[in-house]
Write a protein that binds this ligand. Structure first.
Ligand SMILES: [Fe+2]
Length: 321
């Protein structure tokens, strides 16, 4: 697909607004994301029907409880939100795709920016009892030699939460160790060139890392022979970033059902949903339905799901709450 939108239209797009995480027990999840990750600001907590999902869910209707959460410590490197979703239809929240490894086709992590990864990680594992998926490591990432500290813990549903500090981009403000907002979402793709072009035209243009090799601390995560990982991380001018990954020689389809446990979708913030929808349609992007409006009590939640190059669960969102 060619470049979607011109420079002026890019003003419409505001980076990743939030990452959607499926949960089985909303009350327990709200407590965990608030107490463990610092996402204590509940922007809305809605229970009801979600229109416009018929194509994604293959269901005539989808009822869910949805809570939009913001970190109480939002920064420019941690600007993104987390949306918890508990599916209330008969079968409940679908299970997390099995044998997921990392970087298979689908959403594979939500990454939260931190001040002092080692101290935050220790608090999560020792004081909060979180499951450690990767002990803290420091790296200098290619091609610009940017320093980064990172670690991983599991969310209550077994999803991967990365804790990261871009020490080479900006030293955190002084103070106690803490988690900030979402820095990026990672997802597996089938064609890196197509992904770069597509998301680049939506404003994800500031390349922070590109690597093609084996990130050894992830080796134990793969139930198969470890694939080679080609990954990039691109930040937009505002909002959170994206980290697409192409595994070689083969990527497995681990998109799972919409709403599944763990990180399962993300949304790009727009200043005006109708204009963004019109511009992308003009550029040939397919949508799963018309723009939707849901009254969430404290305001209006507007969204529309679109087809990205890999058929991931991705939406545009205009926050009026
Ligand atoms: Fe990441």
């Amino acid at each position: 697909m060619s470049v979607l939108v011109d420079e002026r239209a890019r003003e419409l797009f505001r980076g990743v607004d939030h990452v959607g995480v499926g949960v089985v027990d909303m009350d327990a999840a709200l407590e965990w994301f608030s107490a463990s990750l610092g996402f204590s600001r509940v922007l809305f907590d809605y229970t009801g029907e979600l229109p416009g999902l018929e194509e994604l869910t293959q269901r005539r209707r989808t009822r869910a409880r949805v809570a939009m959460l913001a970190s109480r410590f939002v920064t420019s490197l941690g600007p993104g939100r987390i949306k918890l979703v508990q599916v209330l239809e008969e079968d409940g929240t679908p299970p997390i795709p099995g044998d997921a490894g990392w970087g298979e086709l689908g959403i594979c992590e939500v990454c939260v920016h931190a001040r002092d990864v080692a101290a935050v990680h220790r608090q999560l594992v020792e004081a909060r009892g979180c499951t450690e998926l990767m002990a803290p490591v420091s790296a200098q990432v290619t091609p610009f030699g940017v320093d980064v500290d990172l670690s991983y813990v599991a969310d209550p549903g077994g999803g991967k939460v990365e804790v990261l500090e871009w020490t080479g981009l900006r030293r955190a403000l002084p103070g106690e160790p803490r988690l900030e907002g979402v820095n990026h979402v990672a997802f597996g793709v089938a064609d890196m060139t197509a992904t770069r072009e597509f998301y680049g035209s939506l404003g994800f243009v500031h390349l922070v890392l590109e690597s093609d090799g084996y990130f050894e601390p992830m080796r134990p995560w793969y139930p198969r022979e470890m694939p080679r990982q080609h990954m990039i991380l691109a930040l937009p001018g505002q909002g959170a970033g994206i980290e697409p990954v192409r595994l070689h020689p083969e990527t497995l389809d681990r998109r799972g059902q919409w709403g599944h446990c763990g990180p399962m979708e993300f949304a790009i913030g727009v200043s005006n949903l109708d204009r963004a929808y019109a511009r992308l349609r003009e550029a040939g992007v397919q949508f799963h339905d018309e723009p939707q409006l849901v009254d969430v009590g404290v305001g209006e939640w507007r969204y529309v799901y679109f087809e990205d190059p890999d058929g991931l669960y991705v939406s545009l969102v205009e926050a009026r709450y």
